[in-house]
Design a protein around this ligand. Structure first.
Ligand code: ADP
Ligand code: MG
Length: 358
């Protein structure tokens, strides 16, 4: 059994924030924060790791990179960023353009391609590694493909179905990626797509869950194995009751509240080992499926250091504290027998199959 690996990250101060407003502190692997009702009482939340304001992007990636071994053994990995809007989720997952500012997702892709090259070279060309990606967002409980131009997205979004006890999004565009440069180009374009709708929909990006799935397929002498890493930049977990009373915002708030509420219920149910986990109650939790067999889950808890976020920070810390009790079953991985080479018709059919998100 392994549990969800929970890593907290406290972001640095931004423009108008001042040192004397800092209330959240990193002390070893513990986050400390005063009780909002009694400032003399300090709450302490231990996690697997805690990164303070000075932590750089490389330090965050070091929490994820050990899971690459698991991925290349044909297993699934899931990394998600949880926190209030403005705490650094997108910075942590996507980051900036400069190499030092790159976030977990581009670093993952770079590391996958490095490993692919090593493996292929070591096997003398007998092993072949291919990488396929999907990128989508869940907005108002509907799934939209970020690899498809905005104009092609239907208002109802893409259907989500259960297939072999796994959740799949039907009709997602799959992109085969063969180099870090190719990835950068695809990813930037998709993110531009996302930002275009952001200006129209007013901070839309903090109100949707963005999910990047990267499937690594390893074909060797002993057969084929495949693992998928999913990286999720969740919608802001702030108390949306404080948002303005406008119809569109209300609908968004209800759906963010609902999906994050269901996520919290799932986390509670799994932690308490209840038999019914309410995964099916929202698309995000159906797709996330925490605690499933053989999936390594890393949760990044993004926190702002200042008093302006006090209550939301406490609620995020409580959520992460429950999440860390989730256990996932480890099942011995089986390599499939090498199948006979596929016919052209089978290849065409396989290409129409949607990529399975974790
Ligand atoms: P979220 O996605 O949680 O809403 P963002 O990632 O957009 O938050 O971060 C909010 C702001 O804080 C952005 O301007 C971002 O560049 C900045 N920021 C967040 N984390 C860091 C960090 N570790 N170092 C420098 N700037 C950061
Ligand atoms: Mg964001």
């Amino acid at each position: 059994m392994s549990t969800v690996h929970v890593v907290a990250r406290i972001r640095p101060l931004l423009n108008d924030e001042t040192e004397n407003n800092i209330i959240v502190k990193a002390e070893g692997n513990v986050v400390s924060i005063p009780n909002p009702r009694n400032k003399d009482e300090i709450f302490k939340f231990p996690f697997n790791a805690v990164h303070g304001m000075e932590a750089d992007q490389a330090a965050m990636f070091s929490e994820v990179s050990p899971a690459l071994k698991h991925l290349f053994a044909g297993n699934d990995v899931q990394v998600f960023a949880y926190g209030v809007t403005g705490t650094g989720k997108t910075h942590t997952m996507r980051g900036g353009k400069q190499a030092a500012q790159r976030g977990i997702i581009p670093r993952l892709l770079h590391a996958i391609f490095r490993r692919k090259k090593e493996l292929e070279k070591k096997s003398g060309g007998e092993t072949k590694v291919s990488v396929v990606m999907t990128y989508f967002e869940i907005y108002n409980d509907k799934v939209f493909d970020l690899f498809s131009p905005t104009s092609k997205r239907t208002p109802a979004g893409l259907p989500v179905r259960e297939c072999d006890k796994k959740t799949i999004v039907v009709g997602l565009t799959e992109k085969a990626v063969s180099s870090p440069a190719e990835f950068e180009e695809l990813y930037d374009k998709a993110n531009d797509n996302r930002s275009t709708s952001a200006t129209k929909l007013n901070a839309h990006s903090s109100r949707s869950h963005a999910i990047t799935c990267v499937k690594v397929i390893i074909e060797g002498k002993e057969g084929t194995k495949a693992g998928t890493v999913s990286a999720i930049d969740l919608a802001g977990s702030e108390d949306n009751r404080r948002t303005a009373n406008d119809k569109e915002r209300m609908l968004e708030s209800q759906s963010i509240n609902r999906s994050l509420f269901v996520l919290a219920q799932c986390v509670d149910a799994i932690a308490k080992k209840q038999s019914r986990i309410p995964f099916r109650d929202s698309k995000m939790t159906r797709i996330l499926s925490l605690g499933q067999n053989n999936c390594k889950t890393i949760m990044i808890l993004n926190l702002a250091p200042t008093v302006a976020y006090h209550l939301d920070t406490i609620s995020s810390l409580n959520f992460a504290n429950r999440a860390k009790k989730i256990e996932t079953k480890e099942v011995e991985h089986e390599t499939f027998q090498a199948p006979p080479p596929p016919t052209q018709a089978q290849v065409a059919a396989a290409n129409r199959q949607p990529l399975r998100p974790v």
